[in-house]
Design a protein around this ligand. Structure first.
Ligand SMILES: Cc1ncc(COP(=O)(O)O)c(C=O)c1O
Length: 475
């Protein structure tokens, strides 16, 4: 297939050139009805923001340009079918879980998954069996579960309806997912992969192999995170004898808007073509640029730079005595915005094109380091001991949780209660405490430490909702 083709963009462009008259939604009427003060920024995109008029196809029953664009994507990503998503990987994660798990079904889930996975589990009413990630002292983070943990979980829960994994992690770290997929398939269990951060892995080396190539059944990718697609534009790919395409389509049309955005869909089409037609020379230029950015970021007195399996991810590990949040604030004051800040790490993501502002970055790094000379000493601790049980089920089923009363307690009184809400530092959006999990002293210590370090938590910062009675048993 000719990967230079961009059928959705093409049809929007053609239609636009006919100067159409709109007596239909959306209310901006191809940009004619729009406040003047904002028009200059929105104008071009509003002309593309059309609806399902003849010729424009329908995301939920595609037969024309959207069907063609999805086929082109399926060919590039080497999958049987690709669904375009306009609600982010969030929509894809919800749909893949709802399509495979019914209420009460056991499902084996990586504990450090994004909240959209946890929300999918709750919506389905499934019974999750969590497999804990290992703490990797080299990168100073919890990364992925071991294959041994998955093996044990599969042996004790061989009726599980799916295994749900995240690959790579936010920092671009991968693991032996192939071995895990083979293990799950040996038990005839499908593997669903949240590959939100790996859409560019299909470019081939030096990027790691994509989960689809390693045998995954369903893979969800945020095209908008690492490829040049608009925010929320994402893909759901499937290649499976276990999972029904019809069920995925059914849940996607329930979850996603009945008025999906054409600019978003066109950007998915363009992002796929961009990836598929990238030349070796461009790739070499990008990798050289990553190396230059790495050099520009160097400040060995203040931080070390860790490279990842994904060469586009550069993580600053701040030295003892510095606060990552404070350093990130200094960068932000200079107009440089990293992707993610934890208590002691700052993640920078390089784009899929050579970086153009290297000299400015060098100056800014120098200025940040100057300002850090008057730094007050900060104590940092390693946040470990969070996931003490390699295999863990919730203390309460989702059905039981729906029937119980909740109260709010201050964090320092939380240990021993069952959480009635997840506590989610954002980003990365991975729950520190799960809804339905018994809160431990280690959880509370980690939350209080993170709040002190300025890590943003999505809930209130003064306490947690819990079920009224401590130590409810599994129902
Ligand atoms: C691992 C992971 N999965 C899923 C998501 C949700 O993706 P989206 O923002 O495309 O809905 C995110 C968002 O940060 C994520 O990090």
């Amino acid at each position: 297939m000719d990967q230079h083709q961009v059928p959705i963009y093409q049809i929007l462009k053609q239609l636009n050139e006919t100067n159409p008259t709109s007596f239909h939604v959306p209310g901006h009427k191809n940009g004619d009805v729009f406040p003047a003060y904002a028009r200059s920024h929105f104008d071009a995109i509003l002309k593309m923001d059309m609806t399902e008029i003849p010729g424009l196809d329908d995301l939920h029953a595609p037969t024309e340009s959207i069907a063609e664009a999805e086929k082109l994507a399926a060919a590039f990503f080497r999958t049987e079918h690709t669904f375009f998503l306009v609600g982010g990987s969030t929509a894809g994660n919800l749909a893949m879980i709802l399509a495979t798990c019914n209420a009460g079904d056991e499902v084996i889930v990586q504990r450090n998954s994004h909240k959209s996975i946890m929300n999918g589990l709750e919506l389905s009413g499934a019974s999750p069996v969590f497999i804990a990630p290992e703490y990797d002292a080299i990168v100073g983070r919890y990364t992925s579960p071991s294959i041994d943990t998955l093996d044990k979980a599969l042996q004790s829960h061989s009726d599980a309806k799916a295994v749900i994994l995240t690959y790579p992690d936010y920092f671009g770290k991968t693991y032996n997912i192939k071995g895990m997929i083979e293990l799950a398939h040996h038990h005839h269990i499908p593997v669903l992969v949240d590959e939100a951060h790996g859409v560019h892995f299909s470019l081939g080396g030096p990027f790691p192999a994509p989960a689809l190539a390693l045998g995954a059944d369903v893979v969800v990718q945020s095209a908008h995170k690492m490829a040049p697609a608009m925010t929320m534009a994402s893909y759901l790919h499937m290649k499976s004898t276990f999972v029904s395409k019809e069920r995925i389509a059914h849940f996607l049309q329930m979850i996603q808007s009945s008025s999906p955005s054409y600019p978003l869909m066109a950007s998915l089409d363009i992002a796929r073509s961009f990836l598929a037609t990238m030349t070796k020379e461009t790739m070499t230029d990008i990798l050289e640029s990553v190396e230059q950015v790495r050099e520009a970021l160097e400040a060995p007195d203040n931080w070390d730079i860790h490279l990842s399996d994904d060469p586009l991810k550069l993580t600053l590990h701040v030295k003892q005595g510095f606060s990552a949040k404070e350093i990130a604030n200094l960068f932000e004051k200079e107009g440089v915005y990293p992707e993610l800040v934890t208590d002691d790490q700052i993640l920078f993501i390089h784009g899929l094109a050579p970086f153009q502002k290297r000299n400015r970055l060098i100056k800014i790094v120098k200025s940040v380091c100057e300002q850090l000379k008057n730094n007050v000493n900060h104590a940092t601790i390693e946040v470990t001991g969070l996931f003490t049980h390699p295999i863990q089920e919730l203390a309460l089923s989702y059905q039981a949780m729906n029937r119980l009363q909740t109260i709010q307690v201050p964090f320092h009184e939380g240990a021993g209660y069952i959480a009635a809400e997840a506590i989610i530092p954002y980003p990365p959006g991975i729950p520190l405490i799960l809804k339905g999990e018994t809160i431990t002293a280690a959880h509370i210590e980690a939350i209080e430490y993170m709040l002190k370090q300025g890590v943003r938590i999505q809930q209130r910062e003064d306490g947690i909702k819990v079920y009224r009675n401590k130590g409810e048993v599994n129902t």
